[in-house]
Design a protein around this ligand. Structure first.
Ligand SMILES: [Zn+2]
Length: 55
C-alpha cells in the first residue's frame, strides 16, 4: 500500500536515512551512536542520502 501522505512519507524516509552505518561490519546504528553496537568500532559513517532514492 503506497503512502499518500507526503508529510508521513518524508518522516518515514528521514527516519530510515538518518542513521549511522558501521564501516567495519555494516551494522545500522542510531544517529547519535558513537560506536557500533555490534563490533564497537567507532568508525561509523552517516547514512544520509538524498530523499527519494528507492531501495
Ligand atoms: Zn560494527
Amino acid at each position: 500500500m503506497p503512502i499518500t501522505d507526503p508529510e508521513k512519507k518524508q518522516l518515514a524516509q528521514k527516519a530510515r536515512l538518518h542513521m549511522k552505518i558501521c564501516f567495519y561490519c555494516g551494522a545500522r546504528n542510531s544517529i547519535d551512536a558513537t560506536r557500533c553496537r555490534k563490533c564497537h568500532n567507532s568508525y561509523l559513517r552517516l547514512k544520509n542520502r538524498t530523499l527519494g532514492i528507492k531501495k
